[in-house]
Design a protein around this ligand. Structure first.
Ligand code: PMT
Length: 401
């Protein structure tokens, strides 16, 4: 990258922990990073985290004689090739846009002569408040670049625009052409499934599960970013379609089976991340089921196993399945690997406090014949990239064996 010295301003918000990853990514790109934390940022993340990752003491105070001796705030502003504020709170944005300088970060903003990037993170209602939008417009007029925010689930439980962009996305946008995406799946045809299925009982009711589609959609986006031609067969989810992919919407396991089989030809890779119902009601009532007796028995029948069918196709793609387990993860994952004749199984714990269904983060234990790898708990977007790189490696090894 051409930018060598990045001054990272961290404001107080739940996304502050993601700024730590940003420091790591910037340094990976060869940049030197100095970190400035506001007082409220220090309530969320300990400054030692940033000190360890950046390799420099963290700057926190405008009126600290010791810090000023080490590098005064004007020198610090002059030192930087780039000032990045991530996460930027509504408060910081308000101060920057009105020229207020009552702490180190806002003073540095005024003193900085280098390009400034502001990465907002806040509650969606705050983001949409006219006064915040006016402040953003004012910053843009001052030449500041605004990155994001992204849309999605928020820490406060609401959904909408206001999430901080993922560190990888920020790094990609800032490091530009010097950080060209690694097109390790260039031209490869990839078919994936994501989300839950809905098994109808009658015109108004269905059986489903807790899958949000986040894991599968992250994989689809990561594969498209890596140059693959992606078709995503999706159960009903409320996620936007990732850029550059073909999405086929389905509801039931039977519809998912049909859509997969229709799109499987010439695919080099299949990834089954959908939580497909194992059983479906034996009969679907044409009218709403009425309440009669105190008890009612539901007769279910097995659905077709899509993963096993793909692995049995001729020619067959490199076939990757998931295993969602609440117990004996390894035993069940290895059983699925051999019983469904998959090339790989990515197993995850579900029903736990973190990870699995409907969570931003996840961890995976990946198994294949004669090998395994643990991918620790992280954002699903990052985990997807790690899993895809592992899949690409195994696929290449299989094709060249
Ligand atoms: O969607 P999220 O909220 O982000 O959550 C992600 C996830 C937990 C759903 C995902 O990481 C995951 O584990 N997906 C697979 C869930 C599942 O159905 O697991 P399973 O162990 O029941 O099935 C094993 C494999 O067989 C899966 O690849 C599944 O897609 C496949 N299968 C299952 C039944 C069936 N009829 N056909 C299939 O292809």
């Amino acid at each position: 990258m051409t930018t060598k010295r990045i001054l990272l301003g961290v404001c107080g918000g739940i996304a502050a922990y993601k700024a730590a990853e940003l420091v790591r990514l910037f340094r990976k790109q060869g940049a030197e990073v100095r970190v400035v934390m506001t007082a409220s940022a220090q309530q969320f993340v300990n400054q030692l985290t940033f000190q360890a990752l950046s390799g420099h003491a963290v700057h926190t105070s405008l009126l600290d004689a010791e810090q000023e001796n080490a590098m005064g705030h004007i020198n610090l502003a002059r030192w930087a090739d780039l000032l990045v504020v991530a996460p930027a709170t509504a408060n910081a944005i308000g101060k920057f846009s009105h020229g207020l300088a009552d702490d180190l970060l806002s003073t540095l903003y005024l003193a900085a002569l280098c390009p400034v990037y502001v990465v907002p993170a806040m509650n969606q209602a705050m983001w949409h408040k006219p006064v915040v939008q006016e402040n953003i417009a004012r910053l843009k007029q001052q030449g500041v670049k605004i990155l994001g925010p992204a849309q999605g689930d928020q820490a406060c439980g609401e959904t909408g625009f206001g999430r901080m962009l993922e560190p990888t996305e920020i790094c990609l946008q800032l490091c530009g052409t010097d950080n060209k995406p690694d097109l390790y799946l260039q031209g490869l045809k990839v078919l994936m499934t994501a989300g839950p299925t809905r098994e109808p009982l009658d015109p108004v009711r269905y059986i489903t599960n807790r899958s949000s589609g986040k894991m599968g959609y992250a994989l689809a986006q990561a594969a498209a970013n890596a140059g693959a031609q992606v078709t995503l067969v999706s159960g009903p989810v409320s996620l936007p379609t990732p850029e550059g992919i073909k999405r086929v919407n389905v509801e039931s396991a039977a519809q998912m089976y049909q859509a997969v089989m229709e799109n499987i030809s010439e695919c080099a890779l299949y990834i089954g991340a959908a939580a497909v119902a194992d059983y479906t009601p034996a009969t679907v009532q044409t009218e709403k089921i009425k309440k009669h007796a105190d008890d009612s028995v539901l007769v279910l029948q097995k659905t077709q196993d899509i993963l096993a069918a793909v692995a049995a196709a001729k020619p067959r793609p490199f076939t990757v399945g998931f295993a969602a387990e609440t117990q004996d993860l390894e035993t069940y994952a290895l059983d699925k690997l051999s019983r469904k004749n998959a090339d790989m199984i990515a197993a995850n714990w579900v029903g736990q406090a973190e990870g699995g269904f409907d969570s931003e983060r996840n961890a995976l234990h990946v198994y294949w014949q004669g090998g395994q790898q643990h991918l620790p708990m992280t954002e699903k977007t990052q985990l997807a990239e790690q899993l895809l790189k592992l899949i690409a490696k195994r696929l290449h090894e299989k094709n060249t064996a």
